[in-house]
Design a protein around this ligand. Structure first.
Ligand SMILES: [Zn+2]
Length: 304
């Protein structure tokens, strides 16, 4: 039997899972991301945890086809991430470190892109021609998959849907990226809360606003509807470039289920170029595991 390792490196936690080549999880674990000291402990921690998992499973390195890693930053060549602000990393050659330390093949990808690949392999968009995943949480991430391949782009920025400049400027609002028109700046969870605060003067979390909207509260309904309209418009815009078979909506806000996606679909259908109408807006299925699935798939695509 052959296996692969998937690693999802996040700002607070690192998920690691051992997969069969068919995509079954054999063993998994999660460790804390130690961002102190410029993040220099992170790669040694990952290598140690992979060693322990393999030992627990009784596997030798000859049985491992490769290690895939999803990292929170732009990746150009499948080996090096240009920067990971959350981790305190500048340009870091993750693949060479893992290969040198463990003697295993390693390929890396941007975390949001890798999650999209995970959904396309074993989740909501499996067996589709093409998919675009939009992850809505604290920020908005994305990934574009065509013919089973991640579209990384020239500088690794493929799928950076959260920073698509599609909203008119609003005074006093600046995105983490420094720009003022980003989708994320108006449709991510904290920004939905900011939109509600601006209208009502009341502080509520995004989740509470969604619950209030479900209960029919007027201001909450309007704020949620505005968000869905913006997302529907973003999907219609992306549709004209990528023409995917499905859009997969994930992230914490997707807990709202079809209450979220139903209206995005309606707005998408309203805005989309008529000839390519028909893409489905669906909910992600793998939750927080999408990253490890996609990371393992990166390695399997390369070495199995
Ligand atoms: Zn931005």
């Amino acid at each position: 039997m052959k296996y692969a390792v998937g690693v999802d490196l996040g700002g607070t936690g690192i998920k690691i899972a051992l997969f069969t080549a068919e995509g079954e999880i054999v063993k998994s674990s999660e460790i804390k991301t130690r961002v102190e000291d410029g993040g220099k402990h992170i790669l040694p921690d990952i290598a140690n945890e992979i060693r322990s998992l393999l030992a627990e499973a009784g596997l030798s390195s000859e049985q491992i086809l490769g290690v895939g890693v999803g990292v929170p930053g732009p990746v150009v060549d499948g080996r090096t991430v240009l920067s990971c602000v959350n981790l305190g990393w500048g340009e870091t050659d993750v693949a060479s470190y893992i290969e040198g330390e463990l003697g295993l093949n390693c390929k890396i990808g941007n975390d949001a892109n890798v999650a999209a690949l995970g959904e396309a392999w074993k989740g909501a968009s499996r067996d589709t021609h093409s998919s675009v995943m939009i992850t809505i949480g604290t920020g908005i991430g994305g990934g574009v998959i065509i013919g089973g391949e991640i579209v990384t782009g020239f500088l690794g920025g493929g799928g950076e849907i959260g920073h698509a400049p599609i909203h008119p400027e609003v005074e006093g609002r600046v995105c983490g990226c420094g720009k003022v028109n980003c989708l994320e700046l108006f449709a991510s969870a904290p920004n939905v809360a900011a939109n509600y605060l601006a209208v009502t003067g009341k502080e509520m979390s995004c989740e509470e606003i969604f619950n209030a909207a479900k209960a029919g509260e007027e201001a909450a309904s309007k704020v949620v509807d505005d968000m869905q309209q913006l997302l529907g418009k973003a999907c219609a815009f992306i549709g004209c470039v990528v023409n995917p078979e499905v859009f997969v909506i994930g992230g914490g806000v997707s807990q709202a289920g079809t209450f979220l996606t139903g209206k995005i679909q309606e707005y998408y259908d309203h805005y989309i170029f008529p000839s390519i109408k028909g893409a489905r807006i669906i909910l992600a299925e793998l939750g927080n595991d999408a990253g490890v699935y996609g990371a393992a798939k990166l390695a399997l695509d390369e070495w199995s």
